[in-house]
Design a protein around this ligand. Sequence first.
Ligand code: SF4
Length: 330
Amino acid sequence: MAEMRWDSLAEQALVGEQLSLEQALEVLAAPDEELIDLLAAAFRVRRHHFGKRVRLNFLVNAKSGHCGEDCGYCSQSRVSTAEIPRHQLLAKDELVEAAERALELKASTCCIVTSARKPSARELHGVAEAAEEIKQRHPELKLCACLGEIDAEQARSLRESGIDRYNHNLNTAASHYPEVCTTHTHADRARTVETVAKAGLSPCSGLIVGLGETREQLVEACFALRDSGTDSIPVNFLLPIEGTPLGSHDPGLDPRYCLKALCMFRLACPEREIRLAAGREVHLGSLQPLALYPANSIFVSDYLTEPGQAPEDDYRMIEELGFEIEPAGS
Ligand code: SF4
């Protein structure tokens, strides 16, 4: 019985037993006719840990373009010719304003993102100063910084300024990483995730599905994220951007596979925040609302250089599902 087969994985997740490699592959290969049973199993686990709440996150493109790295999917890399906004770090007032916009949009977390492999001393200081000001005015708003590779000292200074969380995506499996980027390694990225966790920041690290990885490599990436102890896992689905090396790459995704991938993440990482991230509108299409059965978090409004759906559509989707937005500070 399909229903019992997937429900036993929910049972296993709820008693703290890890999803095995074989089970994860079975989830990814689930027959489409069993998708509803699989979603029900993933939702059982999501409901146990997060109820019907949906966490909203707001992205601030605090410094855009000018990156010296060559990540194949990224419009801000040195090899990209995509037309994107390019600007140096926003001023403190602009970052404070952006945080206020996050609250207006009902987000409980504001993610301050800069492009580059590592932040300069000036950028780190600028973000820390803005974080202090934002926290003074809006202590209920959670702040996440995504500034590239940082060391222990930098992580400590961000934590002291009021930054709660640090995002640094592993992006794909270690075995697939050289196909996606040659200027730094998967191990470089994993080191930063470890460093921020040790410094007492909440680690956030996710990936992009559809980079040409095999199913085995998607499981490898999922398990690496699980084992890294990350609290929050943004799951992006590749949006090929014209002018990037992956601009004409076919991510080979369909909405049902995207849902199965999200279910695998929920069953493998039961108590972590699983965030439905970029590409959800394009790749999930009309099945998008179903993704909130495994996932408990989304980005509201636009992505860094790509538009997202209107916030009102997200609010309506959440309401129509009978779910609720998690208030800031809860
Ligand atoms: S390091 Fe970040 S900003 Fe730079 S190319 Fe890679 S993903 Fe883009």
